[in-house]
Design a protein around this ligand. Structure first.
Ligand code: URA
Length: 209
């Protein structure tokens, strides 16, 4: 069973409160989403392995640490996942970015891929699939199917807000994928929105309605 972590860092919780507020406009929503994504990436990368290197400071030689060749990849699920990418890249500028676009088939209601572009060496990378909202879990489960089908082995899922229903479905479908959240909310409503949630993350990020 995949593990689930909720980051309760005060800065993450503080910023999340502001993006939940319906009075927060597009500019601030976008900035805060990226800031939260960056703070979450900081926590997620805590366990990255280090190796020792020697550098010469202006004073002497020093044995120091550097991240030991782990290759990272960020995979936003289109469209709302895009809102988290820049914040993560600020911390991990060398990470490669792949994209997965899904639409919901009007007959089957199942997510279907319409755009997939991934780094070539995906099987060697530690991947963070990102999407602000884990609601039913349908798109995140399918996005992870899509990347696994192309060879991905080491995957984490990072979302801002989740419903318990989505977490349960994800853990059933992908028990090898750990889930990282800023908040676990109460439930889904009859329209599939997370309650209390923050509304439609894509619309709020891009100013559409
Ligand atoms: N997607 C969103 O953007 N918001 C929700 O509450 C659920 C799914």
């Amino acid at each position: 069973m995949g593990k689930m972590y909720v980051f309760d860092h005060p800065l993450i919780q503080h910023k999340l409160t502001y993006i939940r507020d319906k009075g927060t406009g597009t500019k601030e929503f976008r900035e805060l989403t990226n800031e939260i994504a960056g703070l979450m990436a900081f926590e997620i990368t805590r366990e990255l392995p280090l190796r020792e290197v020697e550098v010469e400071t202006p004073v002497s030689k020093a044995k120091c640490k550097t991240i030991s060749g782990k290759k990272l990849g960020i995979i936003p699920i289109l469209r709302a996942g895009l809102g988290m990418v820049d914040g993560i890249l600020e911390l991990i500028p060398a990470a490669k970015v792949g994209h997965v676009g899904l639409y919901r088939d009007p007959d089957t209601l199942k997510p279907v891929e319409y755009y997939v572009k991934l780094p070539k060496d995906i099987e060697e990378r530690e991947l963070i699939v990102v999407d602000p909202m884990l609601a039913t879990g349908g798109s995140a489960i399918e996005a992870i199917n899509v990347v696994k089908k192309r060879g991905a082995k080491n995957i984490k899922l990072m979302c801002l807000v989740a419903a318990p229903e989505g977490v349960e479905e994800m853990q059933k479908a992908h028990p090898d994928v750990d889930i990282y959240l800023a908040a676990m909310d109460e439930k889904l409503n009859e329209k599939g929105y997370i309650v209390p949630g923050l509304g439609d993350a894509g619309d709020r990020l891009f100013g559409t309605k």
